[in-house]
Design a protein around this ligand. Structure first.
Ligand code: DOR
Ligand code: ZN
Length: 348
């Protein structure tokens, strides 16, 4: 096959950041995605409707001329979030709310300490038809970092899903066979996003032959059997799994650091990387569902009308991307040659 045509895809999980960074991140995503769920972990986080709408305007202002790209906004749940916050957010058009256990990842210090104290908020979200997006890792220091997703399922996710069967839950960026199985067995109200890095890599790619800071993200890459389980999950074509890049830009000096931060900036190659995965799996017939249909259906939003084309053409992911102020970033998969290329950007 030389050309793939698919309904215009959406990215159901990414980080745009704010300020000058938007002039880099928004065009990168708008080149092939029509919509994206924008994560709220700014400093300080986006915790109410007013802040979400202001952030949305800043993102819209950073779109290239003529771009129809639509940011879908989220609130960051804290122990101070109220039922009233949820009602206001819903009526302001906020799409979903994100649950980060405190300390789980980049900028999550403001996050939730006792998850059950948020149950009234979850009840209101179920009532309002607002999906709960979960970073599913426990953060207790005695739990091994490779076990944190599995322990989260057992201690928090199963109780949440049982208590709120009507609540739509997206288990974000799943990394383990346990998570894939949990989602497969759960009700239709539970789905998951999967990143390119967790489909393409395992923890050997992080640690063998030297530490690879640009492959470090959270949840951390797991052993190859887990990677395999994620690949099998997407190859089934199950509507419970959909595209969410978790594209998360960080300056080069903060990644290549004695305490390097977590996140892979994949926006410039994301759709091409996923195409590569589905081709490796001999499952290109399942690619469009994953990239362009399952997410919209789960969120009860219309599927996009247009299409994009990917052509079979080799290209090299650049070594760096430079921000207007001169700050360098290393994109995910920098220096790798990919076999599929977006034929024409949506924003040219
Ligand atoms: O690797 C990650 N980076 N995981 C997250 O959950 C957050 C993200 C970020 O914001 O940089
Ligand atoms: Zn994320």
């Amino acid at each position: 096959m030389q050309r793939l045509t698919l309904r215009t895809p959406d990215d159901w999980h990414l980080h745009f950041r704010d300020g000058d960074m938007l002039s880099e991140t928004v065009p990168a995503t708008a080149r092939c995605f029509a919509r994206a769920i924008v994560m709220p972990n700014l400093v300080p986080p986006v915790t109410n409707a007013q802040e979400a709408l202001a952030y949305k305007s800043r993102i819209e202002a950073a779109r290239p001329a003529g771009s129809q790209f639509q940011p879908l906004m989220t609130l960051y749940l804290t122990n101070e979030t109220t039922v009233e916050d949820i009602r206001k957010a819903k009526s302001a058009g906020v799409t979903a709310c994100k649950l980060y256990p405190a300390g789980a990842t980049t900028n999550s210090d403001a996050a939730v300490k006792g998850i059950t104290s948020l149950y009234p908020v979850f009840a209101e979200m179920a009532e309002q038809g607002m999906p709960l997006l979960i970073h599913g890792e426990v953060t207790e220091s005695h739990i091994d970092i490779f076990d944190r997703e599995k322990v989260f399922i057992d201690t928090h996710l199963i109780p949440i899903v049982n208590a709120f069967p009507q609540l739509k839950v997206v288990f974000e960026h799943i990394t383990t066979a346990d998570a894939a199985q949990f989602v497969t067995d759960a009700s239709q109200n539970v789905a998951a996003t999967i990143t390119p890095q967790h489909l393409l890599l395992n923890r050997n790619d992080l640690l063998v032959g030297g530490v690879r800071p640009h492959n470090y993200c959270l949840p951390v890459l797991k052993r190859n059997t887990h990677q395999q389980a994620l690949r099998e999950a997407v190859a089934t074509g199950s509507a419970k799994f959909f595209l969410g890049t978790d594209s998360a830009p960080h300056p080069r000096h903060k990644k290549e650091n004695a305490c390097g931060c977590a996140g892979c900036y994949s926006a410039w190659s994301a759709i091409e990387l996923y195409a590569e995965v589905f081709e490796q799996l001999d499952a290109l017939d399942k690619f469009e569902g994953f990239a362009s249909e399952h997410g919209a259906d789960f969120y009860e939003l219309p599927r996009n009308e247009g299409t994009i084309n990917l052509i079979r053409e080799q290209w090299r992911v650049p070594d760096t991307v430079t921000l207007p102020d001169g700050t360098a970033m290393v994109p995910f998969f920098a220096g790798h040659t990919l076999n599929w290329k977006l034929e024409k950007s949506l924003v040219e």
